[in-house]
Write a protein that binds this ligand. Structure first.
Ligand code: NAD
Ligand code: GLY
Length: 360
């Protein structure tokens, strides 16, 4: 088992990465406040992985309340959030009850948000079961639900006490979800870890084939990158925004098409290519750099162009981005491969041209 620490002073926590972790209650018990937990999952993940974790906890003397949500991004909303509160209140969960999220980013973001406000905040643990959640969403404390007008618009920063990433769970993921997760993996290489990008270029097939060693290495390397960024800028006053490469364009795709039509990682992939194209138009990348960005996403089986919503509609949707400041779009661009920057000076015409060049 590998451990990566998120250094947040009195709220610091470990990320444990390895195989066979779900059945090891002793890994969780030190992080529970009392011997009572609410295990939040969904109707797809629960039948696959819940029993292992719940049985291990029960055998260790922990009382487990199970809360099962409907599956999918389309349910990342107020109604589903309320189902968590219904479950917590119905079982008389207390302020000391630990909420454990077992699932992908949707379950993790919603259970984390519920934990942040149930009785004004209860202990929270992430047990991510998708590649995307293990490399990104379970770490760093961003929690949220969607609003019809925008992605992740309602939420809170609320750190877990522990992240338990059992890479065995990735063996049951659909291929499309593995590919979507790779978009966030590639992101770390593009914004801040060129040697990792080179490793990915050499080992992508092993990851796509779910080689256990390659998966553990990639999850650990991404978590090291994310932990460094989060420790330096927990609430995204600056550097943390770099983790949003491709996301402003991508969120426009997700909102514009309707949540769940494209997977989050798919939208981020097309968005990263748009960001690279814009970077080249502003003189920060070469044509062959853009080709390199396109190629790694293509090899991962990800979309490298967006749906043709029309540049105006993209811009309208992008204006809902949380990074918008004083009405100005702030985008994550690349000043060379491996070096992300926050940029708010791109002329609107260039942004529109980059979108048009990557649509259809
Ligand atoms: P997801 O949670 O919808 O999971 C993808 C699908 O895989 C779902 O159908 C899920 O039920 C299923 N699934 C999960 N684990 C499985 C397993 N082991 N075997 C089989 N099926 C399994 O999607 P995701 O890609 O994990 O997360 C995307 C969400 O994460 C988006 O809402 C995005 O906004 C959010 N996100 C949050 C952060 C953050 O920092 N909080 C970062 C990136 C993304
Ligand atoms: N996924 C972006 C962040 O955690 O900041």
């Amino acid at each position: 088992m590998r451990t990566v620490n998120v250094a947040l002073a009195d709220r610091a926590y470990p990320i444990r990465i390895g195989t066979g972790l779900l059945g090891q209650a002793d890994l969780l018990k030190p992080y529970l406040k009392t011997s009572r937990v609410a295990l939040v999952s969904n109707e797809v993940v629960a039948p696959l992985h819940m029993a292992k974790l719940a049985d291990a906890l029960r055998n260790a003397g922990v009382t487990v309340t199970e809360i099962i949500l409907p599956d999918g991004e389309v349910h990342k909303d107020w109604n589903t959030l309320n189902l968590i509160f219904d479950g917590l209140l119905g079982a008389r969960c207390e302020r000391s009850t630990t909420v454990i999220a077992l699932g992908g980013g949707v379950v993790g973001d919603m259970a984390g948000f519920a934990a942040s406000c149930y009785q004004r905040g209860v202990p929270f643990i992430q047990v991510p079961t998708t590649l995307l959640a293990q490399v990104d969403s379970s770490v760093g404390g961003k929690t949220a639900i969607n609003h019809p007008l925008g992605k992740n618009m309602i939420g809170a920063f609320y750190q877990p006490r522990l992240v338990l990433a059992d890479t065995d769970t990735l063996q049951t993921l659909p291929d499309r979800e593995i590919r979507a997760g790779l978009a966030e993996v590639i992101k770390y290489g593009l914004i801040r870890d060129l040697p990792f990008l080179e490793w990915l270029e050499a080992n992508l097939e092993a990851l796509l084939a779910r080689d256990p060693g390659a998966l553990i290495y990639a999850v650990e390397r991404c978590c090291i990158n994310k932990a460094e960024v989060v420790a330096a800028d927990e609430t995204e006053q600056g550097e943390r925004a770099l983790l949003n490469l491709g996301h402003t364009f991508g969120h426009a795709i997700e909102t514009g098409l309707g949540f769940g039509v494209w997977l989050h990682g798919e939208a981020v992939a097309a968005g990263a290519v748009m960001a690279a194209e814009l970077s080249a138009r502003l003189g920060m990348l070469t044509v062959s750099d853009v080709q390199r960005v396109r190629r790694i996403h293509e090899r991962a089986g990800l979309p490298v162009s967006g749906p043709d919503l029309g540049a105006d509609r993209y811009i309208e949707l992008m204006r809902h981005d949380k990074k918008v400041t004083d009405g100005r779009l702030r985008l994550i661009l690349l000043q060379g491969i491996g070096h992300g920057i926050i940029h708010d000076q791109a002329p609107l015409g260039e942004i529109e041209a980059a979108i048009q060049a990557c649509c259809g």
